[in-house]
Ligand binder design. Structure first.
Ligand code: PAF
Length: 278
């Protein structure tokens, strides 16, 4: 008779507790770092981690160092109860929810130069904070596999670069963007859109799909692709449309397997990101 072990989500609140637990864990650890307000995009990362590892650790920590001073940190959506339910539903083993991850006045390690373009240009220092907290979380969880969404393409590229440069023995698993059936890429920020804005926002995924089709048919000129994207997005407050390689250098000629097309559109204070990897 096979006895089924009762499943219980273990919530871990302190760094010391996590370190003690980690010492006694065997098997492959899959790690999904998040800032909470979990949605289907996160759920897809957690499910993949469950499929590919013996133990899954999810972290929820709204990391202050990746927010610009005084901007949106307090407004970041917090949904602790719902997040815990989602982790239970997905049979996460450990949910790490620390109150703090920093010493007082801790100095951040400087992220590389390509972290100051695009998302790092509008939010200088943002990626210093992201890389610092991700490295801390990696050191605590010591995962074999860590799961990140392709939606935050620049974050993903910088984390891949950090892991490579620092010889971290961790596989970074890049996961596809999850979309609503309408095409809208899932984001914690979508809740701030009015129904009208949400409707308008569909032009973003439409422009991304159009670009993908154009390239699939053989178009290689970045300018032509960008112009067509801008045409679909006309009337919207477009922050940028860029065609970059996986190191985030802008490229004039599209290179299949090494190209990302990035779009950022603003609706008031809400910035919506979308992208396609070719
Ligand atoms: O993508 C996020 O949610 C955050 O940037 C991360 C990776 C959890 C670091 O705080």
């Amino acid at each position: 008779l096979k006895l089924l072990k009762e499943y219980i989500l273990q919530i871990v609140k302190t760094i010391e507790e996590l370190q003690n637990i980690r010492k006694n864990l065997n098997g492959n650890i899959g790690f999904v770092p998040t800032m909470g307000a979990l949605h289907d995009g996160h759920i897809s990362l957690i499910r993949k981690a469950k499929d590919e590892n013996e133990v899954v650790i999810v972290s929820i920590f709204v990391n202050p160092t990746q927010f610009l001073k005084g901007v949106d940190l307090n407004k970041y959506p917090r949904k602790e109860e719902a997040d815990i339910k989602i982790c239970q539903m997905c049979k996460v083993d450990y949910l790490f929810m620390p109150n703090s991850m920093y010493e007082k006045d801790e100095v951040l390690i400087k992220a590389p130069i390509n972290s100051y373009v695009l998302e790092g240009f509008t939010r200088p220092g943002h990626f210093d904070g992201v890389l610092q907290v991700v490295l801390k979380l990696f050191n605590l969880t010591l995962p074999k596999n860590a799961y990140f969404g392709k939606k935050d393409a620049q974050q993903l590229a910088l984390i891949q670069q950090m892991v490579k440069n620092l010889f971290l023995p961790i596989n970074i698993i890049a996961c596809d963007i999850v979309r609503e059936s309408s095409g809208l890429a899932l984001s914690s920020r979508n809740v701030y859109l009015t129904p009208e804005q949400k409707e308008e926002a569909l032009k973003i995924s439409k422009s991304i799909y159009m670009a993908g089709n154009l390239i699939a048919k053989g178009e290689r000129d970045s300018k032509i692709v960008k112009d067509k994207i801008y045409k679909i997005l006309e009337n919207l407050d477009v922050e940028y449309v860029r065609v970059v390689n996986k190191r985030f250098d802008e490229i004039e000629k599209i290179e299949p397997s090494n190209t990302i097309i990035l779009v950022v559109v603003r609706f008031g204070n809400v910035r919506l990101l979308d992208n396609i990897w070719m």
